[in-house]
Design a protein around this ligand. Structure first.
Ligand code: CFM
Length: 532
């Protein structure tokens, strides 16, 4: 309630209170547009769950490309802590043999004090030579960490010279950790560079009548493989995934598909939009998290192509999968029905997992993003009204024009007449994302960039049965006696996407929630020692 919200904020000094108030909403559908503040700086001193720009660029978008060597130019810690921890899986495929996959390795210039004092360009340059000699990669990326920007190493120049020397593409990403207010800045920097220098360079279209890309799917715990399994079974050709289990080769050919699917809007919407501008390719926001959500997505996707055979095959696959999945979900729904959850994840999962929880009879009563923008909460229609600030202006925008040779109208991609395309657009939200807020129920709480204090207070007040957390805040949940599922890397498990993923998630949530051990944990407020 509003009163509860006031209590929550009451302990803050006035300026902090004023700030944090704008990042909190209680859903009320009677209000026309509930605006939230997002993508602004965390107040210094507050324990946020956000990551840095380097994490968003190298860790999230660039890192999963399996056949490029990704060099971290910086002190060893930045490389070490982004080494394999996100569990974005990769394997060999038709065009990428095992020897070309470097996903399990970690490459860093390991900058030392002398490099900071005298500059790290020579060391970086030497490292590229060594990498080429030892691994013969198809291409290389260099990601900058904080000190690189501070001392002014020109990684762009090093990359250009190396590219000439070795005849392979070397991409430099100026994604210093401190740029922007969170990892979201790194997504944008990565999107720009890949759009400008990689996408559109290939000429090989994969065979098939319905050729699609999946953007914003990173194959965490094998999610992408489960999605691919379903799509291939229906008859789609998955041309490329951006960037889970993807290859440099695939990304060069990304423009040679019929439709872009967008799973994570936050991290990749730039590429979806830029490909629409440059090539005319339409895109569809999808959600493969949850049984109902997956069915809805598959049906919308089939409708985009307006093909009876495809629609029929979609229904066949859905019926076959549901026959397996529904009894399992039903079993767990008996255990979980009516239970509540909180969800605090990066910039899209807090929305997607609401669908999966509802399949299980559960409700996410508090949902938060770490670094999403207003459009991820309120819908893309607010984009023109978002004010840019010094932090967002720091990230360059690419201003693209339609490609003279490759641009085609959206309806041509889908093999439809213009009229038919317009008609389909009325029922299928092509090129749009409505955000998380419309899916939430009145009285539920929406919170941006939650901190440790607010986390504890909300748990104390609302006593959820489960918290969907990150790598660090799962321990807060556990110390408060509430089970959690870690939704970034899924710890050691997954996939959670698609039909098979839903069954795995259901089983693990049921196990977590029914574990008697949680009753043995004493929360700080339960032993009278709270808040001293
Ligand atoms: Fe997109 Fe992601 Fe997410 Fe994200 Fe991330 Fe992630 Fe995430 Mo962790 S790309 S916004 S920057 S869905 S790494 S796979 S889980 S915070 S909600």
């Amino acid at each position: 309630t509003e009163k509860g919200m006031e209590d929550l904020l009451a302990t803050y000094p006035d300026t902090v209170k004023k700030n944090r108030k704008k990042h909190l909403l209680i859903k009320n559908s009677a209000e026309a547009c509930q605006q939230i503040e997002a993508n602004t700086r965390t107040i210094p001193g507050i324990i946020s769950q956000r990551g840095c720009c380097f994490a968003g660029c190298k860790g999230v978008v660039v890192g999963p490309i399996k056949d490029m060597v990704h060099i971290v130019h910086g002190p060893v810690g930045c490389a070490y802590y982004s080494w394999g921890t996100r569990r974005n899986k990769a394997r060999a495929d038709d065009t990428t043999p095992k020897e070309n996959i470097y996903s399990t390795l970690c490459f860093t210039t390991d900058m030392q004090e002398p490099d900071i004092v005298f500059g790290g360009e020579k060391k970086l340059s030497r490292m590229i030579d060594e990498v080429v000699e030892m691994f013969h990669p198809r291409a290389i990326t260099i990601s900058a960490t904080c000190p690189v920007g501070l001392i002014g190493d020109d990684i762009g120049a090093v990359a250009r010279a190396a590219q000439e020397r070795h005849g392979i593409q070397v991409l430099a990403f100026n994604c210093e950790g401190y740029k922007g207010v969170s990892q979201s800045a790194g997504h944008h920097i990565a999107n720009n560079n890949i759009m400008e220098h990689v996408i559109g360079k290939g000429t090989q279209r994969k065979p098939g009548d319905y050729v699609i890309n999946i953007l914003g799917e990173y194959n965490i715990g094998g999610d992408g493989w489960e999605i691919e399994r379903i799509l291939k079974d229906i008859g789609y050709t998955v041309n490329g995934i951006m960037t889970g289990d993807s290859s440099y080769v695939d990304i060069r050919n990304l423009h040679l598909a019929d439709l872009n699917l967008v799973q994570c809007h936050r991290s990749i919407n730039y590429i979806a939009e830029m490909m629409e501008t440059k090539y005319g390719m339409p895109w569809l926001k999808v959600n493969f998290i949850g049984v109902d959500a997956t069915c809805k997505t598959l049906r919308e996707l089939a409708r985009c192509f307006n093909d009876e055979a495809l629609i029929g095959r979609t229904e066949e696959v859905i019926a076959r999968e549901l026959a397996i999945v529904e009894p399992v979900i039903e079993h767990y729904r008996k255990i979980l029905n009516g239970k509540t959850a909180f969800g605090f994840v990066g910039g899209s999962r807090s929305h997607h997992y609401q669908h999966l929880l509802r399949d299980l009879g559960m409700e996410m009563i508090v949902a938060g993003y770490e670094f999403a923008h207003r459009d991820d909460y309120e819908g893309r229609q607010v984009i023109p009204t978002i004010k840019s600030d010094a932090d967002s202006r720091n990230i360059p925008e690419l201003h693209l024009k339609p490609d003279e040779e490759l641009y085609q109208d959206a309806h041509v991609y889908l093999n439809l007449t213009k009229e038919k395309f317009e008609e389909i657009k009325k029922n299928v939200p092509l090129g749009h994302y409505e955000g998380m807020n419309p899916d939430m129920k009145d009285g539920e709480v929406i919170i941006d960039d939650i901190n440790h204090y607010e986390f504890e207070e909300l748990v104390r007040k609302l006593k959820p049965d489960l918290i969907l957390t990150g790598v660090r805040d799962k321990y807060i949940a556990h110390k408060l006696g509430v089970p959690s599922r870690q939704l970034h890397s899924y710890d050691y498990t997954g996939p959670y996407a698609g039909f098979n993923g839903a069954m795995t998630f259901a089983r693990e949530v049921a196990n977590a929630v029914t574990t008697p051990a949680w009753k043995l944990v004493t929360a700080p407020w339960e032993d009278g020692k709270s808040k001293e």
